[in-house]
Design a protein around this ligand. Structure first.
Ligand SMILES: [Zn+2]
Length: 507
């Protein structure tokens, strides 16, 4: 609006109307000698052109209006009837749809249905702009990841699922849960995409800015001829790549959870809460973001890695009955590097255990003393070929340590100690760096949660691992390579607040 007012050669909208009444748009600005001209007008109109926006030819006005944010255009339409008429030009709205929402579709074909680009902008894109981005569905401890995007002339909600266990390096799988489009001029149509019988009537309610809910109005479309048991089996196979029998044998609790998720999705009446991708900083150890990780018999889960000064955190975006979504699964102390023993001694679990527990004891003592990190008790051991079995504490943050490591060689051989179980045997056999960290473990239903010591193993830019000392198990994490739009946090504070919020929902 400010842009338009300046171009117009007037202040707020009132000036434009006033001049229209007194002189009509055809009169030249040169005749302007009004006593009530405000200084702003004076300054603009004193220029050599002395031209009012109203005098510009319509095609130029179309160009100007098309370059303004779509949200400013309605108030511009209130300035005068000429502006209002010009704002009906569809090329203006076509450009707004493209530039603000990335709609590349040939919007001309809309004309057949009588829907204008202005309708698409106002009744679809602008109307549902607050649901674009990343969301976590409220499915008990399970959580999940929903990505709402503009796709052609649709807004589609894609549910992202981890690849089949234990193939953590495979790409994410996704399936549409709902879509919104303009089938007629009046208003947008919301359709549920769940089930095998095609899109059907659904409903979306935007509860508040960072929360919305979906509802299916025709759940009979989710039914299969074989009945619910058959539907459940199909769902397990398609979404989880598992059979009823293998889950049953592995984990009875898991089966109960699966039933729960299935029932929630069955009615497709879900609430979603917004999540942001972590802000990234050039000094970060690796780029923060989403990772797929192995969680024993719970299968693959989605974890968000973020950096907070000298600490890195892994927050569960999906969860399980023990550690629900939203909880912080691992925390890495980037000031406490762990120097692994050489590869022969690394096979010895007790040796690694001794190193890690030594660091934990150090942490405990420091916490008891109630002081900040003490100076290193011994010089930092940086050379991977150097003496084995040294736990050392780096003074610098992770990035510095990474630099030191990269200058000292191509990383060191890595192998899991004997007796440590890993869902995926296909883990990298060299690592760059290791740090002391803690991992959250709990009983079923998130009972007696406890942070237990472990080792964070950085393999490369896209892979890391966590060795759970007490569980004698190893989780391998691999970066989710998909790119997400509208998912950046407006500020680091907003990101921290989001983390706190999703954590409090399940604790
Ligand atoms: Zn449905």
């Amino acid at each position: 609006m400010a842009v338009c007012a300046r171009l117009c050669g007037v202040g707020p909208a009132r000036g434009c109307r006033r001049r229209q009444q007194r002189r009509g748009p055809a009169e030249t600005a040169a005749a302007d000698s009004e006593a009530d001209t405000d200084p702003e007008e004076e300054r603009i109109e004193a220029g050599p052109a002395r031209c009012s926006l109203l005098e510009l030819p319509p095609e130029l006005l179309v160009e100007i209006f098309a370059s303004l944010p779509g949200t400013d255009l309605p108030s511009l339409a209130q300035v005068c009837s000429r502006f209002r008429r010009i704002l009906h030009t569809d090329t203006i709205w076509r450009r707004r749809c493209r530039e603000e929402y990335g709609v590349c579709e040939n919007l001309r074909k809309l004309e057949i249905t009588g829907v204008s680009c202005r309708d698409v902008y106002a009744k679809l894109l602008h109307r549902y702009r607050h649901i674009l981005g990343l969301w976590q569905p409220d499915i008990g401890p399970y959580g999940g990841l929903l990505n709402v995007v503009v796709d052609g002339l649709f807004i589609i909600g894609w549910m992202y699922l981890p690849p089949h266990d234990p193939h953590v390096g495979d790409p994410m799988r996704f399936k549409p849960l709902f879509r919104i489009h303009l089938m007629e001029r009046k208003s947008a149509t919301v359709e549920c995409m769940y089930g095998h019988k095609g899109p059907h009537n659904g409903h979306i309610q935007i509860v508040k800015r960072d929360e919305f809910s979906t509802k299916c109005n025709q759940t009979d479309h989710h039914r299969m001829s074989g009945g619910r048991q058959e539907e459940f089996r199909t769902w397990l196979r398609e979404e989880w790549g598992r059979t009823l029998e293998d889950i049953f044998h592995e984990h009875m609790q898991e089966l109960i959870l699966m039933k729960f998720i299935y029932t929630s999705q069955y009615d497709n009446c879900l609430t979603y809460r917004r999540i942001y991708l972590p802000p990234s900083h050039p000094d970060d150890l690796i780029k923060p973001g989403l990772f797929k990780g192995t969680y024993g018999s719970h299968g693959l889960e989605i974890v968000m890695l973020s950096f907070h000064g000298s600490r890195a955190r892994g927050t569960k975006i999906t969860g399980d009955p023990n550690i629900p979504a939203g909880q912080q699964t691992v925390e890495i102390d980037l000031q406490r590097r762990i120097q692994l023993p050489d590869v022969e001694n690394l096979r010895n679990f007790n040796e690694l255990s001794r190193i890690v527990l030594e660091v934990r004891e150090q942490v405990r003592q420091e916490q008891e003393a109630g002081e900040g990190p003490a100076p290193p008790r011994e010089p930092a051991v940086k050379d991977p070929e150097g003496p084995p079995a040294k736990a050392s504490k780096e003074a610098g943050p992770g990035a510095e340590a990474a630099e030191q490591s990269s200058t000292s060689g191509q990383g060191q051989p890595f192998v899991l100690p004997a007796g440590v179980s890993s869902r995926n045997e296909d883990y990298p056999r060299t690592c760059r760096l290791c740090f002391y960290g803690t991992g959250l473990i709990a009983g079923h239903g998130f009972t007696s949660p406890e942070r237990t010591p472990g080792v964070f193993v950085l393999f490369d830019e896209d892979r890391f691992g966590f060795l759970w000392l007490e569980l004698k198990s190893f989780s391998l994490y691999s970066r989710v390579q998909a790119t997400f739009q509208n998912a950046d946090a407006p500020s680091p504070q907003a990101f921290d607040e989001m983390l706190r919020n999703i954590q409090s929902l399940t604790s």
